[in-house]
Design a protein around this ligand. Structure first.
Ligand code: NDP
Ligand code: OXD
Length: 353
C-alpha cells in the first residue's frame, strides 16, 4: 500500500531566523515582517543557476523585469556572495545556496520545489518560492488534453499500425461516457480539469482537502482516491511529489482502475512505481501510459519504457518555465518582499508542497 498519510495540517509555521524575523504561512503566501536583513550590502543581486535552461534568455528577461538596482549574476560568475539576496535555481548544486550569507528568498525554477530540497545543505531558514504562472498552467493543460484525446482516439495505436503498414479501424468511444480523473487540483490540476471538461468528458479531480469546482466531480482523501480511480477510464497525475504522494501509482491504485485504463503522468517520476506500471501494462490492466517525468532523468537508455509498445514518452517538457512570463512574476514577488507585502507561492515545507 502506498503510504497514504493525509495530514490536515494547518499551514502555519514560525521559524526563528536571522534575516527574516517572522514567517506567516498561509495559502502558499509569505508575509515578511521586515524586508530588510542584517548586514545589508550596498548592492543587491539575483543569482541564476540551472544546467538545463537558456541562461542568456533568462538574463535578458530578468534584467528587463527586475528593479534596476538588482544585478543579475549567472553562475559561476557570482561576484561577492554577500551581495546575493535572491537565488533562482533548478537543481542547485549542493552547498551553493549555503555559501550565500545574505540570501533572502530562493526561487525554484519550477512549480515544484522537490529539486531544491535535495540540497541537504540548503539554508533552512530561507523561504522557497515556487512558480505559479498562467503560461505554465496553459502548457500543462495543453499537454494533458493532447494525451487524453490521443488515447481516447487510439492515436498511439494508429501510429503503431502505420509503422507496421496495418489498415485497422477501431470502434470509437463516446466522450460523454468517458470519465477522466485528475490527481491534484492545484494551480495546474484545476486548469487541466476545466479544459478537459470543455471537450465533454466526465471529469473528476482529487485533492488532499475537500473542494468544489463547477463541472468537476471532486474527491479527496484515501477513500476519495479509490472512489475516483474505479470510475475513470483515464487518469492524469499532476500532483506535487511529497512523502504522501510518492509511489501513488502502484499495484493497488493501478488495479483499482477499470481494465484497459490509460495513465498520464506529468507530475513527477517518483509518483510511479515503475515495475508495477510495467506489470500492469504487460497484463493489459493498463492499456497505455503517457509519461513525461521519470524516477531517473534522463531516463537510462536500457529502461523498458523506451521500447514498451504501450508507452509514449517525452523528456520532462509538459510545462516549461518560460522566462518571458516567469521573470515578471519573480520580479513582482521581489517587489512585494521589499514592500513587506505577501510573497505568492511560498513552499510549505511541513505540508510538502
Ligand atoms: P499546487 O501546489 O498548486 O497543487 C497541488 C495539488 O495536489 C493540490 O490540489 C493538493 O491538494 C494536491 N495534493 C497534494 N498532496 C496531496 C495528497 N497527499 N493527497 C491528495 N492531494 C494532494 O501545485 P501545482 O498545480 O502548481 O503543480 C503540481 C505539480 O505539477 C508540481 O509540484 C510538479 O510536480 C508538477 N509539474 C510538472 C511539470 C512538468 O513539466 N512535467 C511542470 C510543472 C509542474 P489541496 O488542493 O487539498 O491542497
Ligand atoms: C515544474 C517542472 O515543476 O518544470 O515546474 O517540472
Amino acid at each position: 500500500m502506498w503510504p497514504f498519510r493525509p495530514t490536515l495540517m494547518a499551514c502555519h509555521a514560525t521559524l526563528a531566523r536571522g534575516s527574516v524575523s517572522r514567517l506567516d504561512w498561509h495559502n502558499n503566501q509569505y508575509h515578511p515582517s521586515s524586508g530588510h536583513n542584517e548586514g545589508t550590502c550596498a548592492l543587491s543581486a539575483l543569482l541564476y543557476y540551472s544546467k538545463q535552461d537558456p541562461a542568456d534568455l533568462w538574463a535578458d528577461e530578468l534584467k528587463k523585469a527586475l528593479p534596476k538596482d538588482i544585478d543579475v549574476r549567472l553562475h559561476p560568475d557570482i561576484g561577492n556572495p554577500a551581495e546575493i539576496d535572491f537565488a533562482l535555481c533548478w537543481q542547485p548544486q549542493t552547498g551553493l545556496l549555503a555559501s550565500l550569507p545574505n540570501l533572502k528568498l530562493i526561487f525554484s525554477m519550477a512549480a515544484g520545489f522537490d529539486h531544491v530540497l535535495q540540497d541537504q545543505e540548503r539554508p533552512q531558514h530561507v523561504p522557497i518560492v515556487r512558480i505559479i504562472d498562467d503560461t505554465l498552467s496553459t502548457m500543462m493543460s495543453e499537454f494533458a488534453v493532447y494525451a487524453v484525446l490521443g488515447f481516447h482516439r487510439y492515436m498511439p495505436a494508429f501510429h503503431r499500425d502505420q509503422r507496421e503498414l496495418k489498415w485497422q479501424r477501431r470502434w470509437p468511444r463516446f466522450t460523454a461516457d468517458t470519465h477522466v480523473g485528475v490527481l491534484g487540483l492545484g494551480a495546474i490540476g484545476t486548469d487541466v480539469a476545466r479544459k478537459l471538461a470543455v471537450f465533454g468528458f466526465k471529469v473528476h479531480g482529487w485533492s488532499r482537502t475537500e473542494k468544489t469546482s463547477k463541472g468537476i466531480t471532486c474527491h479527496f482523501g484515501e477513500d476519495g482516491l479509490f472512489e475516483m480511480l474505479s470510475q475513470c477510464q483515464q487518469t492524469v497525475c499532476v500532483l506535487p511529489l511529497t512523502k504522501e504522494t510518492s509511489g501513488i501509482l502502484n499495484n493497488e491504485t493501478l488495479n483499482a482502475m477499470p481494465r484497459g485504463a490509460y495513465v498520464t503522468n506529468i507530475g513527477r517520476g517518483g509518483h510511479v512505481v515503475d515495475q508495477d506500471l510495467l506489470d500492469a501494462l504487460d497484463s493489459g490492466q493498463i492499456a497505455g501510459a503517457f509519461l513525461d517525468v521519470f524516477n531517473e532523468e534522463p531516463l537510462p537508455t536500457d529502461h523498458r519504457y523506451w521500447s514498451h509498445p504501450d508507452v509514449v514518452m517525452t523528456p520532462h517538457i509538459a510545462g516549461e518555465i518560460v522566462p518571458r512570463s516567469c521573470a515578471k512574476s519573480i520580479a513582482a514577488n521581489i517587489e512585494r518582499f521589499r514592500e513587506g507585502d505577501t510573497v505568492i507561492g511560498i513552499a510549505d515545507l511541513d505540508r510538502g508542497y
